[in-house]
Design a binder for this molecule. Structure first.
Ligand code: NAP
Length: 246
């Protein structure tokens, strides 16, 4: 995989999948801007990458705050000159059956998972188009493909990311900027650590490989899609789920 003097911005890079993506890209020589909600989590990841000989900085940005995202993107573009790779990975769940789901649960999940992609992509995508190079990768979920009882808000947000990404892919294709979705199945992170033993058992039974994936499984797919070799792939959805959806 080739990365020639590339800079990536990874949201949700403080833990789990985003941390693995940041570390994987940094190990390939990419300068990584690690974004998370708390300064300590993205700061810890950026420090560890730097200590291992890579190049990384950290920025605490609440991705659910559109004005904060736009301001941070403008500042970072000035500081780094360009951002070649954007990975919208920050996400949250607020699960519950529809009858009990509050409007706040709905709005917060939509804003954090989906509207954040709109703000980051708008701010960073156009400079990519002007530079005639870019890779945008949005981390959705198999919930967005299949739906999931108790996740109407999350599944709607993740399904929305598919339509958003395909539209952006069509708008940006002529300018050398690709946009793709990676849809993970069950991956071992803090997000799935919250699941009850019963849910884990039921989920494992649905996975042909009979196990949850590792954050690195998602990071490796992202690294390929972010590389120069993936320049003819756009508007696609890649499930990485041990065969759960096929
Ligand atoms: P995680 O371990 O819970 O980590 C989430 C990361 O997102 C954290 O770094 C967190 O920041 C950041 N974040 C959350 N809200 C934010 C906000 N408002 N502003 C900025 N950063 C915010 O999650 P994960 O399991 O790695 O999931 C990563 C992505 O994969 C999510 O989009 C998730 O929906 C998707 N996904 C996960 C799975 C799975 O099985 N784990 C399956 C399908 C899809 P802090 O560190 O500061 O808290």
């Amino acid at each position: 995989m080739t990365f020639t003097n590339r800079t990536a911005l990874v949201t949700g890079a403080g833990r789990g999948i985003g941390k693995a993506i940041a570390e994987t890209l940094a190990a390939k020589g990419v300068t990584v801007i690690c974004v998370s909600k708390s300064a300590s989590s993205c700061g810890g990841v950026a420090d560890a990458i730097t200590a291992a000989g890579g190049k990384a900085v950290a920025r605490a940005v609440d991705v659910a705050d559109g004005a904060a995202v736009t301001a941070a993107a403008e500042e970072l573009l000035k500081e780094f000159g360009k951002i070649d790779i954007l990975i919208n990975n920050a996400g949250i769940t607020r699960d519950g059956l529809l009858a009990r789901m509050s409007e706040d649960d709905w709005n917060t999940v939509l804003q954090t998972n989906l509207t954040s992609c709109f703000h980051w992509t708008k701010a960073i995508g156009w400079p990519m188009c002007r530079a005639r190079y870019g890779r945008i990768i949005n981390i959705a979920s198999v919930s967005g493909l299949m739906g999931n009882a108790g996740q109407a808000n999350y599944a709607a947000a993740k399904a929305g990311m598919l339509g958003f990404t395909k539209s952006v892919a069509k708008e940006f294709a002529k300018r050398g900027v690709t946009a793709n979705v990676v849809a993970p199945g069950f991956i071992k992170t803090d997000m799935t650590a919250e699941l009850s033993e019963e849910v884990v058992k039921g989920a494992t039974a649905m996975i042909p490989m009979q196990r949850f994936g590792e954050p690195a499984d998602i990071a490796n797919m992202c690294a390929y899609l972010a590389s120069e070799e993936a320049g003819y792939i756009t508007g696609q959805v890649f499930t990485v789920d041990g065969g759960m959806v096929m």
